[in-house]
Structures are given as C-alpha cells and as structure tokens.
Ligand binder design. Structure first.
Ligand code: SF4
Length: 380
C-alpha cells in the first residue's frame, strides 16, 4: 500500500474490500453498549455494514457477514474491544468507535415503519419518497426489494413527519437531509418537483440535498437555488457505455451527455462544489472511472467514488467488491485529476464519507466538521 496512508486510512480500503469480523469481545461490548438494537440500518447496498470512526477521522461503513454473507467470510480484519473498540488485521491497527442507530429506527408510526420513509446514516437522514423505481439498475437493491408492480408515491405528510422525527431524534439527530430513492415515472415528475419545493420550504434551516436522475421537467434549477437547495447529486454510476447498457439500461438510454450537461448547468446555478456525481468503482475498468472523474471535474462538478458492494438481493450478488489495491489506485489517480481542476473528491462531510473512497478533505487537504459530530460508542 502507498506509504502516504495512515494505518486507519489503509484499513478503510481493506474493510471495504474484505469486510469485518466481530471478535467475541466486540459482541459482548456491543450487547452492553447497543443492547439488542441492530448493528446497521442495512437498507441499501452501500450502507449494509457497521459505521465506524477510526483514527484520523476516518469513517468507514464496514460490511459484516450478517448482512453480506455473499462476500464477507473469514475476514482477516477484526473488531475487538478492550477498554474501547479497535480494528486489527494484517499488521494494521486503529482505534474505533461505533455508530449507534437513531432511536426511531425499527419503530412504527401511523403510516407504518418509519424506516419506509427515512433512514439515517452518520449525520444525514435519507428520505425516500417513492416505493420501488421506474428504472432497474442491476447493482441496486431498490428494484429488487420492491418490484415495479408495487411502485407508488408515499404520503407527503408521512415524509414530512419522518423528516422531523429524524431531525429531533434523541440519540442520533439528523444534521442534514438527502432526498433520494427511486426514480419517478414520467406521470409523477410534477409530484416529485412539488415535493422538493415543499421540503425546502418546510425545512429552511437544515441543509437539504437531492440525489436524482436528470429527468426532463424535474428540476427547476433557479427555483431550487432560490429555495436554498444545498447540493444536487446526479449520479453517472458507470462511464463505460457498454457496461452502462449492461447494468443500467435506462441510464444508458438517457445518454451520457444529458448527465454531463446537467452537472455543468447545476454547477453554474448552484456554484462549484454543489453538484456532485457518483461513479461506482469495481464494475468497469479503472481507466473508464478515471475518465468519468475527469469529465465531472472539468465541468466543476464533485466526483464521488463509491466502491461497488454486491447486494444479496441483486443479480450481481456473486460478484466481489473491488480489491483494496484497485480502490487505492483509483483514489490516488482520481485525487490527482480533481486537484488539476481545483475541485476535491466528495463528499466533504466526514461522516458521509463512510461508504465513499475519500477522506472528506478539501482541495487543500484540510478536514472540516461543518456540523456536530454523530454520537459514537466505545471510545477508549
Ligand atoms: S435509478 Fe437509482 S434507485 Fe433506480 S435502480 Fe438505478 S440506482 Fe437504483
């Protein structure tokens, strides 16, 4: 591994590759500190693991066998407890703290389980206004957890109540929000546009991001900017066209130019650093991912590298995540490309970097917590 990385940083890549085993001492401590609550929200392919903060403010979503038995088997990396958590393996050691889930997770309200509407990861609550998705990307669990025949819009009152619940949570309050989830059908674009405006109007004092496919008529960028939208995430996912056609057919049909043009338009409207785009590492050649990084950075966008994590619900369940070496190579070369263009790899929020290949530093290498840190368990 590259000598520039601290042990904690090296462990992040290693854990994203091979996952984490829980030593008996960690199980005992987790039972004592976390009770019977689940170790992870495990609601999405890339959020299926346990969220840890390692030394040097390194955040990682470490897959564990309980939720990813498809590739986490006998990991050489272990979580242990001895007057505090630590992660050890292959000669690397770091102290660690464990992210407990908010109080509202796994509870039920008038509209059913609250997690049908919102799930918190780190310090961000993620709202999902749709059930299922009008698209089918074979790396994503959403269309496999909920097939298109159950596609529906969720009640706006429930979504607003869920957002308040996440923000007011007594254990792990959401410090910012993301509206994400599935893509609407054309007939529902107006509904989604109104929902975005409603959220921005109802929550003027909390930073709100939107992650969505660029659809005709969905985004009124000047209006969203005027309402205070914090960031837009327009995920290209894969830059290689043949592989996009294989894994994300509808995104392929939309065409790459639509995504790139929209990232440029959003950057112009919102400002540099406020339009980001995720590229998945591990499903296409590194050179293609890096070409994507360059294309996003050239337009003033923020590239985000997300390591592919095979979700057990998807047809890609038998594949493996990229190796730590591939992730490091991609990260280092992507970092050079972004520096050339005066932008940084995103996201810039340290807790939100738990499932991305970056260390949430700005282009000068400095790390900033813009919000109160999440509550963590098991410090030394
Ligand atoms: S468009 Fe987004 S939510 Fe829908 S299947 Fe693809 S990645 Fe998943």
């Amino acid at each position: 591994m590259d000598g520039d990385f601290t042990p904690a940083q090296q462990l992040k890549f290693a854990l994203l590759d091979e996952g984490l085993a829980l030593h008996g001492s960690a199980w005992t401590a987790l039972r004592e500190l976390n009770g019977t609550r689940s170790l992870s929200p495990h609601d999405y392919a890339s959020t299926s693991g346990v969220i840890l903060e390692l030394d040097d403010d390194v955040w990682v979503n470490a897959p564990i066998e309980a939720f990813n038995p498809n590739f986490v088997t006998q990991s050489p990396y272990q979580l242990l407890y001895d007057n505090g958590f630590r992660v050890e393996g292959q000669g690397l050691v770091s102290r660690a703290t464990f992210w407990p889930q908010p109080a509202y997770h796994s509870t039920t309200g008038p509209w059913g389980p609250w997690n049908n509407f919102v799930v918190t990861h780190g310090d961000r609550g993620r709202l999902s206004p749709l059930r299922s998705c009008a698209m089918t990307c074979t790396f994503c669990n959403i269309p496999y957890d909920d097939a298109i025949d159950v596609y529906s819009l969720k009640p706006v009152d429930a979504l607003l109540a869920a957002a308040h619940l996440a923000i007011d949570d007594p254990i792990q309050p959401a410090r910012h929000l993301l509206i994400s989830g599935g893509t609407p059908k054309p007939k529902d674009i107006g509904w989604m546009r109104e929902f975005y405006e409603r959220m921005l109007t109802e929550f003027p004092n909390i930073e709100l991001d939107i992650m969505m496919v660029p659809l005709p008529g969905l985004f009124d960028l000047p209006r969203l900017a005027a309402l205070g939208l914090h960031e837009l995430s327009i995920n290209i996912e894969l830059f290689n066209r043949d592989l996009t056609r294989e894994f994300a057919r509808q995104k392929y049909n939309q065409g790459l130019a639509l995504y790139l043009d929209f990232i440029e338009a959003a950057t112009t409207e919102l400002g540099v650093g406020r339009a980001r785009s995720m590229l998945m590492v591990g499903l296409e050649p590194v050179e293609d991912t890096l070409a994507g990084v360059r294309a996003i950075a050239e337009r003033g966008g923020t590239p985000v590298l997300s390591p592919f994590r095979p979700d057990p619900a998807t047809p890609l369940r038998q594949l493996k995540p990229p190796s730590a070496e591939t992730m490091i190579d991609t990260y280092l070369r992507a970092r050079d490309i972004t520096e050339e263009h005066g932008v940084a790899l995103g996201p810039d929020c340290p807790p939100c970097s738990h499932n991305t290949l970056n260390f949430a530093t700005d282009s000068a290498g400095a790390l900033h917590y813009q919000r109160d840190r999440p509550r963590m368990l098991g410090a030394c």
